[in-house]
Design a protein around this ligand. Structure first.
Ligand code: ADP
Ligand code: MG
Length: 630
């Protein structure tokens, strides 16, 4: 179960192209397995049907051939009976003359007189001349025979020392009888030449205890072990009393059927369906036909070769077609993927070039529309946000300006009241004008800061050394820091030049320094450092502003960059917002580390790549806003 899950997981993590290929291959293999199975089954069925038909045909052929064979013996015996030479030879022998028999083409030839006594004989075993054959003698008086065909008997006998089966016909004549016989084996051997040669065929001759299998064709001569195997298998399969008529036997020592090939070299297993056939109309002679499975095996191995070839060809085809198909499918996918990553990187104007139709085409179309809609809605959102920010800024500005207006108004009222009291006017005038100047300065400072925030033009980049920025800012704040008893330290490293807007960088670092000084009202240490990380890749260049001031609370850290967050009574909250905007516009990053009552470290980091490519920084609010004087 878990193993299957593993495989499934592996598969599902494959590339689409490979997935398609695997699916193709699997379907293909299953298809071929099914075809192979069906074809094998069909071959088996066809073969079995063919086997049945072939066996019947062979049996009928042999059986018919045998009838003709006996018929031919019969005709020849009849012809011999009418032959005068035979009759003369018989009479000569009866008179005591020579016993020479005129030449015949019978394997066995005998003739005798009307008494049934054998006079002439050409036979393998002992001459029985002079003996009386009672069968023949009796037949003489048999009424049924006399009206018949003059054939006394037809039989198969065994003669000779190594007994041969002879098919013999005996005919009655008015001067005696004639018997002619032919070797069954010889006839069968000749006859089998006209029959399918691949099935070993044997003639079974019964001896007293066991039977002898006489091979009738070449195939039979090549399978001398067939009989032993048959007996062995028969004994293994035999059930009580049931004589086995058919067995499938496999031999392992068959020489290749082709005789012209080397006869002793190739041995291989061969299978036969061995059948006992009782087709010669006689009870004591049987044929064994071993139906060779060679054909079927050949078909099957041929089919296997064809199948292997087609699997090979198919695999190539599958590979090519799956390659083409998967490319067709995956190319638009890759385009989609490209589109997704472009959009992800902020390039909302990106459109996929749609070539394919159908679902993928629709998908790409949808994607393009989505990108357009996204761009549109982002623009709308940006516009809305811009308006909201401006509203915020205006509200804040109004609020901040209102505060100093009150003391100004109060001072002016005081001055008016003091106009009629010359004795104190001088003093009040001084106080009030001082207050007015102070408050007007504050308003100017406020407006300055808002102005900075609102009017931040696109950076005017030039090669800048951050160390120079540090020097310039410290010069500005030297007096203030001395006044507040702050020790200033510099830790500067040699830096490569960066492509930055020097003025904006000074403003940003200046804001950081100002905050740091403001965080140390009772003195402390302000440290400015620059660093260049010595790594080949991602060479970071950074600037650090570190103070030993009061630090920031959790809440302050969270709202640090908000344009209206301040913890100071006269603060605007714009300082850090300005810093962040400047840094982001330059492609840099800010990190803050702060602990209450210990101090704060703010680090600005530039990735060198941003310098080298001078890449356009990410979209910023208000960036494209026309500069307006506040
Ligand atoms: P402002 O200085 O007008 O308050 P800023 O945006 O510059 O606005 O800062 C926001 C707030 O962040 C400050 O009010 C202060 O509480 C906190 N802050 C900024 N810098 C420091 C610092 N170096 N140490 C402690 N607090 C700081
Ligand atoms: Mg500030």
């Amino acid at each position: 179960m878990r193993y299957a899950e593993k495989i499934f997981n592996k598969l599902s993590s494959l590339r689409l192209q490979n997935k398609i290929f695997f699916t193709y291959s699997l379907v293909f293999l299953i298809m071929f397995a099914v075809i192979f199975g069906i074809a094998s089954l069909l071959i088996d069925r066809t073969f079995n049907a063919q086997l049945g038909k072939d066996l019947i045909e062979l049996k009928t052929n042999i059986s018919n051939g045998y009838v003709l064979f006996v018929e031919s013996i019969r005709n020849e015996v009849k012809a011999k009976g009418e032959d005068k030479d035979i009759r003369n030879a018989l009479q000569r022998a009866e008179r005591g003359g020579g016993r020479d028999i005129p030449a015949t083409n019978f394997d066995v030839f005998e003739c005798g007189n009307t008494e049934g006594i054998l006079v002439l004989s050409k036979r393998g075993d002992d001459p029985r001349i002079g003996r009386k054959d009672t069968d023949i003698a009796n037949a003489k008086s048999d009424e049924a025979f006399k009206v018949g065909k003059d054939i006394i008997r037809e039989r198969i006998i065994a003669t000779g020392e190594e007994p041969q089966l002879i098919v013999e016909v005996t005919q009655w004549l008015d001067w005696g009888f004639v018997t002619g016989g032919r070797s069954l084996r010889k006839w069968l051997e000749g006859y089998m030449l006209s029959q399918p040669a691949e099935h070993p065929t044997f003639l079974v001759k019964r001896k007293v205890e066991q039977e002898e299998w006489i091979p009738l064709n070449n195939a039979a001569r090549k399978t001398p072990t067939l009989k032993d195997k048959w007996i062995q298998q028969m004994q293994a399969n035999q059930t009580e009393g049931e004589p086995i008529k058919e067995l499938v036997v496999t031999l392992n020592d068959i020489q290749r059927s082709n005789e012209t090939e080397s006869t002793d070299a190739e041995l291989r297993p061969s299978t036969f369906t061995v059948v006992r056939a009782d087709i010669l109309n006689t009870p004591f002679v049987e044929l064994i036909i071993a139906y060779s499975h060679e054909n079927r095996i050949q078909w099957q191995s041929q089919m296997r070769v064809i199948l292997l070839l087609s699997i090979g060809g198919g695999a190539v085809l599958v590979y090519c077609s799956s390659y083409l198909v998967s490319r067709r499918i995956t190319r638009p996918m890759a385009q989609l993927q490209q589109g997704v990553s472009e959009i992800g990187a902020g390039n909302l104007t990106y459109q996929i070039a749609v070539q394919s139709k159908g679902e993928v085409g629709t998908l790409a179309d949808g994607f393009n529309q989505m990108a357009l809609a996204l761009k549109q809605s982002l623009e709308e959102h940006k516009a809305a946000e811009r308006i909201a920010v401006w509203q915020d800024v205006a509200r804040q500005l109004a609020h901040e300006v209102k505060n100093p207006l009150f003391p100004i108004r109060l001072s002016v009222e005081n001055l008016q009241a003091a106009k009629d009291q010359p004795e104190i006017f001088e003093k009040i005038f001084d106080e009030c004008t001082e207050t007015i100047i102070e408050e007007v300065d504050r308003i100017r400072g406020l407006i300055d800061e808002f102005h900075q925030y609102a009017r931040l033009p696109a950076p005017d980049r030039h090669p800048v050394n951050l160390n120079d920025v540090v020097h310039a800012v410290l010069k500005l704040y030297m007096e203030l820091s001395q006044a507040q008893n702050i020790k200033v330290e510099k830790q500067l490293s040699p830096l490569p030049l960066l492509s930055l807007d020097q003025e904006q960088m000074e403003r940003a670092v200046g804001n950081l320094v100002k905050n740091a000084i403001e965080a140390m009202p009772d003195g402390g240490t302000l440290t400015l450092g620059t660093f260049s990380a010595p790594f080949e890749k991602d060479r970071n260049i950074s600037l650090e502003v570190k103070d030993t001031g009061h630090g920031m609370s959790e809440e302050t850290q969270q709202n640090l960059f908000a344009a209206d967050y301040t913890t100071k009574s006269y603060g605007t909250g714009l300082g850090m917002a300005i810093v962040r905007r400047i840094i982001t516009v330059h492609g840099g990053e800010i990190t803050v580390e702060s602990e209450e009552n210990i101090g704060t470290t703010i680090r600005i980091t530039f990735n060198e790549s941003s310098y080298l490519t001078e890449s356009t920084p990410a979209l910023m609010l208000l960036e494209t806003e026309p500069t307006t004087d506040v």
